[in-house]
Write a protein that binds this ligand. Structure first.
Ligand code: TLP
Length: 345
């Protein structure tokens, strides 16, 4: 299968995966209808299946993880509400400020190791109800945590934080773009990691290898509201069963294999460490490797590209390497070799 960078080991993101032949076959065979009328049987099947996996009553198929998050925030908040979020969360860091624009809520940004806000820090930031303060409304979480190096966060680590949110009557949204990676790494079910939240998103087009699509899940009433916002944002699709079929295939066949991506990421981290690179791995890692360089990340990325390896920057001196379906053992060896040639950079 050809792609733009077909001769490269593409470690920029797990979003770059291409559908396998078997997935394309499932797409070819998909029964379709008009999903805005609720008449696409394959979309309906995906939404039911995903809701089941996520342990929620209903789910909604949307074009992207960003739209899933935007819809989730819109559905939980009203103008002027306050959202508590780790400053490195995707919703805050990588979505162009869209949540503030659409929902007109305000963000209270917190920090803490591995993408986790310490529970006492959250407690101290929630102000009492008072005419001077915004209404504290939503706690936004992320698992795995992208900017924290793909950290998988166990239910035990998230619970104290969620408990504080509950004590103050906050809603809880989990950006679970890579929740399947978290579940596989922690050896727990996906629903266990979603069970304490009001809403959760999941991306089909990252490690799971589908070409397009995400889901947002919650109660039936919540998803009915989310369906309205999806339409507002232009995310109501028509014969979307073609892509939903890829999503069903991904959920059936590509969850357990994420363990291969995780073991390749571990191997890559060890290989780079043994060359003398500084690699920063979270307590429970998944499919990402963060490399802290002495010099400029963009310069290093350009040099890697001349050796047919593609990487992304996560800071001025930080690289992110992501393993996925289209990264083989040979690709990994090639990458370690490329890094060994760039030691002096
Ligand atoms: N993340 C992308 C970039 O936007 C950084 C990547 O390459 O990792 N939540 C999380 C945790 C994500 O990592 C991403 C994508 C999204 C949401 C948004 O998904 P899409 O790209 O489908 O809008």
């Amino acid at each position: 299968m050809s792609s733009f960078y077909q001769d490269y080991v593409d470690l920029r993101s797990d979003t770059v995966t291409r559908p396998t032949s078997a997935m394309r076959e499932a797409m070819y065979r998909a029964e379709v209808g008009d999903d805005v009328y609720g008449e696409d049987p394959t979309v309906n099947q995906l939404e039911e299946y995903a809701a089941h996996i996520l342990g929620k009553k209903a789910s909604l198929f949307v074009p992207s993880g960003t739209m899933a998050n935007q819809i989730a925030v819109l559905s939980h908040t009203q103008r002027g509400d306050e959202i508590f979020i780790h400053r490195d969360n995707h919703i805050f860091y990588y979505e162009g400020g869209a949540a503030a624009m659409w929902s007109q809520a305000t963000f209270n940004q917190l920090q803490g190791p591995e993408g986790l806000i310490p529970a006492d820090e959250l407690e101290s930031r929630i102000r009492p109800r008072n005419i001077h303060h915004p209404r504290p409304r939503l706690l936004a979480l992320e698992n795995t945590h992208n900017r924290a190096g793909g950290a998988a966060l166990s239910r035990d680590r998230l619970l104290p934080l969620i408990q504080v949110a509950r004590n103050h009557d906050l809603r809880v949204h989990l950006d679970g773009a890579r929740i399947a990676n978290a579940a596989v790494a922690l050896k727990v079910s996906i629903r266990e990691l979603a069970q304490d939240t009001d809403s959760v998103s999941l991306c089909l087009s990252k490690g799971l290898g589908a070409p397009v699509g995400s889901l947002v899940a919650g109660t039936r009433e919540y998803i009915e509201q989310a369906r309205v916002y999806r339409k507002w944002l232009g995310g109501g699709m028509r014969q979307a069963g073609i892509i939903a079929a890829a999503g069903i295939y991904a959920l059936r066949h590509h969850v357990e294999r994420l363990a291969d991506d995780h073991s390749r990421a571990k191997k890559l981290a060890e290989g780079l460490q043994s060359l003398g690179y500084h690699v920063d791995m979270p307590t429970i890692p998944t499919n990402m490797v963060m490399v802290d360089l002495e010099g400029d990340a963009d310069k290093f990325i350009a040099a890697l590209k001349t050796k047919n390896v593609l990487a992304g920057a996560m800071g001025l001196k930080r690289l992110r390497l992501v393993t996925h379906l289209d990264v083989s053992d040979e690709g990994l060896e090639h990458t370690i070799d490329a890094f060994s040639q760039l030691l002096s950079l």
